[in-house]
Write a protein of this length. Structure first.
Length: 277
């Protein structure tokens, strides 16, 4: 019997396994949290506020990601309800995670009377690097891949390292590493957002969020076209529908900012008192 070279279990403690999928998500969460807390320090925002926001955003993000995945595989989970809680095995949809996390940010921002888009601008740089790290969990689980291919084709794509090619040999068949393409896209997006953020004095509040939505939306739309395990809504891929919506919303946010509407004040218009908690 064929045995895949990549082991999904990182550490085994008796009957308890710690999976690489879980560790990849953990690393992503830690990186995103550190970046957000650095933003809090930069804008002199109370650290306790930042920690509470991070903690509950992560919780609601995971819940949202799982609910999203379960809803589009409802018939299976109705027959196997206990597996709904087994998130360490995979099955967290990033779009659901974004929705869940965003809903909590909206609630928290309204509760403390802070601008929602200010919070999302502070979060998106960390979010996209967390998404990049999370994709490696798909690699270790042997999921979120594209169609069948050959080793020769993969070796011809110079940006794919050999260990990824080896890992895409699943049950004796090679597959396109769409997880890796999305990792690279998110990594490039992270660099772009960092560079754009350097010129924050020229940005309107919400524009960085808009750039994130456009960047991730367009990349995910095309990468999703290669995936073979997509969540479907009739004949349409759900992720592609959501990606189009993300791109359009991001574009609108960017345009509104350039028009200089009252909705989009410049960062350097802020007084410290406006963003303390």
């Amino acid at each position: 019997m064929y045995k895949r070279q990549v082991n999904s279990v990182a550490i085994s403690l008796g009957n308890f396994d710690i999976t690489w999928y879980s560790l990849c998500i953990l690393v992503g969460v830690v990186l995103a949290s550190l970046l957000f807390l650095l933003e809090c320090k930069k804008y002199e925002i109370n650290i306790d506020f930042g920690i509470n926001l991070i903690f509950w955003t992560v919780i609601f993000g995971i819940i949202g990601a799982r609910i999203y995945f379960v809803l589009f595989n409802l018939s299976y989970y109705l027959e196997n309800p206990i597996e709904i809680l087994e998130v360490w095995k995979g099955g967290l949809a990033i779009h659901g995670g974004i929705i869940g996390g965003l809903l909590f940010i909206i609630f928290y921002s309204l509760k403390y009377k802070v601008r929602i888009l200010k919070m999302t601008d502070m979060a998106v740089v960390g979010l996209i690097i967390a998404q990049a790290m999370g994709r490696w969990g798909n690699f270790f689980n042997g999921e979120a891949h594209g169609p069948e291919t050959t080793r020769e084709v993969l070796e011809g794509i110079k940006i794919i390292p050999n260990f990824v090619i080896d890992g895409m040999n699943i049950a004796g068949t090679y597959y396109q590493p769409t997880f890796y393409y999305e990792f690279l896209w998110c990594l490039l997006g992270f660099v772009i957002l960092l560079c754009v953020r350097k010129f924050y004095e020229y940005l309107k509040v919400g524009q960085l969020t808009g750039i994130y939505l456009m960047w991730y939306g367009i990349g995910r739309f095309f990468i999703e076209s290669l995936r073979t395990d997509s969540l479907m809504l009739k004949e349409f891929k759900v992720a592609q529908i959501v990606s189009v919506i993300m791109f359009v919303v991001g574009l609108i946010m960017l345009i509104l900012g350039f028009k200089g509407s009252k909705f989009e004040n410049r960062y350097d218009d802020y007084e410290i008192e406006d963003i303390k908690f």
